[in-house]
Ligand binder design. Structure first.
Ligand code: FPP
Length: 238
């Protein structure tokens, strides 16, 4: 990468392929999720050296409830364990953690841990890690529309003033910049309801690597490819 090559400030990742990774080893799917969680830690740690200030990861979607009860319960246990185990090191490494998604359906013990980690890291100034948990792009836009309609009904917002700058203030991501780059691992080329509004001008990288094999070296390679791209945001290059 040259010194002047554009670096993505905000990278969002659809961490896919844990199940297949486990299956290839003859192990249960949750074994793959646990390996995926260990990878999350390394990737978060790699961000400062790679110049990534915002990292957003898709941990559980509004559609993932359709998985077996065993897998869903195992994932919820894994999230709680991850927060309990990693809170102190995330704090010490100056990571600011936020969660996006609808918390209403999540169990109170998990929501308490999420709130606690957000509060604990609220004054950190390093990598901004956002974990999407019970997140769906359509659900987020719907919830935003509901809140916006409420403000209109309460006389707090004049509908004539609503612009594409007003609307994102109602999204879960209202304090985050839009992602520059969205990566999906495991060879699937779809966006699965992730950051629908925010990714309007994002670059996409679909790579074959399964999430538990996504090392910081693979991350660096993807970022190097990004730096060769030309982003035009709908304009033409003169
Ligand atoms: C998709 O792989 C992965 C998930 C639905 C869960 C993502 C969770 C983690 C990486 C673990 C923990 C995360 C945190 C933040 C601690 P898949 O199960 O759909 O894989 P498959 O397509 O091969 O079946």
């Amino acid at each position: 990468m040259t010194k002047d090559a554009p670096q993505p400030r905000h990278v969002a990742i659809i961490m896919d392929g844990n199940g297949r990774w486990a299956q290839l080893r003859g192990r249960p799917r949750l074994f793959g999720h646990a390996a995926g969680a260990r990878r999350v830690k390394e990737i978060v740690r790699a961000c400062p050296a790679l110049g990534v200030s915002y990292l957003t990861i898709f941990a559980f979607s509004t559609e993932n409830w359709k998985r077996t009860q065993t897998e869903v319960a195992g994932l919820m246990r894994l999230f709680k364990r991850y927060i309990r185990r990693e809170a102190q090191s995330l704090f010490e490494e100056n990571v600011r953690v936020r969660f996006i998604g609808d918390r209403v359906r999540l169990e109170p013990a998990l929501v308490d841990l999420m709130d606690g980690l957000e509060l604990m890291t609220a004054n950190n100034t390093g990598t901004n890690l956002t974990i999407a948990l019970n997140y769906g792009g359509r659900d987020e836009v719907t919830r935003a529309a509901r809140r916006l309609a409420h403000d209109v009904a309460m006389g707090k917002l004049d509908p004539r003033t609503i612009s594409d700058e007003t609307f994102p203030r109602y999204l879960d991501t209202h304090v985050l910049p839009d992602p520059d780059l969205v990566i999906r691992t495991s060879g699937e080329a779809r966006i699965s309801n992730f950051l629908l509004w925010q990714s309007a001008y994002a670059e996409y990288e679909f790579i074959d690597t399964l999430w538990p094999d996504f090392t910081p070296a693979v991350f660096a390679e993807v970022l190097a490819r990004y730096s060769l791209r030309e982003r035009r945001f709908g304009a033409v290059t003169v």
